[in-house]
Write a protein that binds this ligand. Structure first.
Ligand code: ADP
Ligand code: MG
Length: 703
């Protein structure tokens, strides 16, 4: 059989999507379910029973033996517990395959081993998973066979969210409610629902599996903890958008095929800036589906990589000295009748609804920059944000020339009277057809950039779930809409009031807009002058989650309660400490058992050479100098190792939570860097035959 196929034939073939439901469910059941999905109506058990039965029949035809409630606990990855469809054996020894409505809508995994941040004690293990019928069920095929996966939310016995999805769904409801209020003010009577839409661009690295297996740091921590730079990095910029090598192309083809089958709209793929770095982007979809699909993308990248003798690294900074990986979270808000609230239209200066939406978003980002920044924090992202590479840890907005010009008019005159136009593009070659130019150029250095009809939040880490950043975006924008509606609903003269409000927001919050180079030092200084927060690390960002302002915001829109926020902060501290602890222990292990012994072996060899060459009467000055250099670095490394061991052991005396995480950040991390420095220098000197791990060059250029 040819392995070329028509994508349209396989797309979504393993998804219990609308057309499958329409085809298989009785008319009345289908109608009821659609009302649940679209309007949030309650689902009765009898209807759920019919849906479950049909879902099971469909899944079994696809070869499924098990079903699972697929959920997203606060570990940032997905979790699942599998149950087979078999029921108790019949008297004749055979089994029936069954799946009830109750099993579809509610699961009861033991919750005690998932992080809860103190929300419940270990003995109160009860947790529930509840069907999120707005994200379609699908059959996943892997080495374990075929499994019916049912996207679910996960909560405790007392109804507190134990996952990343529940707050996301709550935030989608609040943005819907507030956006509908806003639309109504502008006379919109046709839109029934407003949904945040998200398209995440996923960056990742691929390395050869055999080489990966030789690096304990990659195995245990997902990143290299040692490694001298390769002779070539990304300076020639020849990898970005470069021709995709055949081995990688074969990998991408399989990834796409598997994703299309489960309904993920894998669309764009290309080589990224760093060697061995690539990107995959789907077509955007409603936020909770995008979150689920991004989890599927990450899992598929990892699984297919293994099938191709590769390993996929999703860590934010697998290699020092070259770009790390992020996730660009493209976000917009769209009505059920197809209107994008972020579409400026032809003449944005006249489009009051757009200008109100825009200035509300600017206000939201300015007021809650710290919460948004926190939402993108994880241990890996500390190596990107404001550290060795951009984007900076400072939140700012890029608007582009056209909208900037309008904001400038609003700030200086209190109103906007014209919009800059894109015009035609003529590049001076008569055979190339003329095309129209966008009204705005791009800016790649801004953490929050307007790109035509959406905002692109570029801070999110490559490994992280996009659930939390979108929960924050939805909530802060819901608040800004709500504040604006509170004022405008009371206004006698709506048009004057809305114009005044737009101008007021533009004036008050323009400080968060920056169209220059976000990577520059000038911006750091300028931002400080403007009073914008510059939160440099995860540990410094976490306290933002539980300030009175944050609690008031999330409680007002029923997204997260104080207890839920506190538990999330506790989990983040704990996660940070655990990750750094594992990294430090891995470094100690590799340095003690592999690298220092290799250096000793090499210096022994050098000393032997010196003796032999000397006995033969030749000059040994070069060898002697090398030996001295190696010995001195070896001493430095051994001292740093002992110091790291002590510092690491002392962590046991710290109090868990903020104190421990701060200790890891401020004391353990520098001790790790002190150990890495002499070892990376040694790697440049020691015979490659003796060095026990593949080098950066081997990992990045021999894939
Ligand atoms: P870039 O050139 O920045 O890489 P792309 O045009 O490839 O951007 O789009 C990146 C992502 O943005 C894709 O996932 C795309 O589907 C998504 N996207 C496009 N329009 C919207 C929108 N209105 N809302 C949300 N996401 C969108
Ligand atoms: Mg992009």
């Amino acid at each position: 059989m040819s392995d070329l196929f028509n994508v349209a034939d396989i797309f979504g073939e393993d998804v219990f999507n609308d057309s499958v439901m329409q085809e298989r469910l009785p008319k009345k059941v289908y109608k009821d379910l659609k009302q649940v999905i679209e309007e949030g109506k309650d689902l009765d058990l009898a209807t759920a029973d019919v849906i479950a039965h049909e879902m099971k029949e469909w899944a079994i035809e696809k070869g499924a033996t098990h079903y699972t409630h697929w959920f997203q606990p606060m570990t940032g990855v997905t979790a699942e517990k599998h149950d087979s469809f078999i029921s108790a054996p019949l008297p004749n020894g055979k089994v029936l395959m069954s799946f009830s409505g109750k099993e579809l809508i509610k699961g009861e995994p033991d919750a005690s081993s998932f992080p809860s941040g103190g929300l419940r004690a270990t003995f109160e293990a009860r947790g529930y998973t509840a069907w999120d019928c707005t994200s379609p069920a699908f059959v996943r095929v892997d080495a374990g066979g075929a499994t019916l996966c049912i996207p679910t939310a996960f909560c405790s016995y007392t109804g507190e969210a134990l996952d990343l999805k529940t707050p996301l769904l709550r935030s989608m409801e609040s943005v819907n409610e507030q956006a509908l209020r806003l639309l109504k003010l502008f006379g919109n009577t046709t839109s029934k629902k407003v949904t945040p839409c998200v398209g995440p661009e996923q960056e990742y690295f691929l390395v050869d599996a055999e080489k990966y297996e030789k690096r304990k740091d990659l195995i245990y921590t997902g990143r290299t903890l040692f490694g001298a730079p390769a002779p070539k990095g990304q300076e020639l910029e020849d990898h970005y958008f470069g021709t995709i090598r055949q081995r990688i192309a074969a990998f991408m083809k399989d990834v796409n095929t598997q994703l299309w089958k489960v309904g993920v709209t894998a669309k764009t793929q290309h080589n990224e800036v760093a060697p061995a770095q690539h990107e995959l982007a789907p077509i955007y979809s409603q936020a909770n589906v995008a979150v689920d699909h991004n989890q599927l993308v990450m899992a598929t990248l990892k699984r297919v990589a293994c099938q191709h003798g590769l390993k996929c690294l999703l860590h934010e900074k697998p290699f020092a000295g070259v770009n790390g990986s992020g996730k660009h979270n493209n976000w917009s808000i769209t009505t059920d009748d197809g209107k994008n609230l972020l579409d400026p239209g032809k003449n944005p200066h006249e489009n009051l609804q757009f200008l109100l939406v825009l200035t509300c978003i600017i206000k939201a980002i300015d007021v809650h920059a710290d919460i948004l920044r926190e939402s993108a924090s994880n241990p890996g992202n500390d190596h990107r944000l404001g550290a060795n590479e951009a984007p900076p840890a400072i939140i700012s907005i890029f608007l582009g020339e056209q909208l900037q010009d309008i904001i400038d008019q609003l700030v200086s005159k209190g109103s906007a009277t014209h919009s800059e136009k894109g015009g035609k593009m003529d590049i001076g070659v008569s055979t190339i057809p003329e095309f129209s130019k966008d009204a705005t150029d791009r800016n790649r250095t801004s953490p929050f950039a307007f790109t035509g009809n959406k905002f692109e939040f570029r801070m999110v880490g490559s490994k992280d779930s996009i659930a939390t950043p979108n929960t924050v975006l939805n909530t802060i924008v819901a608040e800004a809409f709500s504040d604006a509606c509170d004022i405008l609903e009371k206004a006698d003269d709506f048009e004057t009031a809305v114009k005044d409000l737009i101008a007021e927001y533009a004036q008050k919050h323009q400080r968060v807009i920056y169209n220059g180079n976000g990577y520059s030092d000038e911006w750091v200084e300028e931002a400080a002058k403007r009073g914008l927060p510059n939160i440099k690390s995860m540990v410094e960002a976490i306290p933002v989650m539980t300030t009175d302002e944050s609690v008031a915001l999330f409680e007002k829109f029923h997204v997260l309660s104080r207890a839920e926020l506190e538990s999330r902060a506790a989990i983040k501290y704990e996660t940070y400490s655990k990750v750094i602890n594992i990294e430090a222990l891995t470094m100690i292990d590799i340095a003690s058992k592999q690298l220092i012994p290799a250096v000793i072996k090499y210096s022994g060899k050098l000393a032997g050479t010196i003796n032999t060459v000397k006995a033969a009467g030749a000059d040994v000055s070069v060898q002697t100098e090398l030996l001295k250099e190696v010995s001195s670095l070896l001493k430095e490394a051994k001292d740093a190792l002992e110091s790291l061991k002590k510092i690491e052991a002392a962590a046991a005396e710290k109090e868990e939570g903020e104190e421990l995480a701060t200790y890891y950040h401020e004391t353990v991390v520098p001790a790790m860097e002190a150990l890495r420095a002499p070892i990376d220098k040694l790697e440049m000197i020691v015979d490659k035959e003796i060095w026990p791990m593949p080098s950066y060059g081997d990992l990045m250029f021999e894939v």
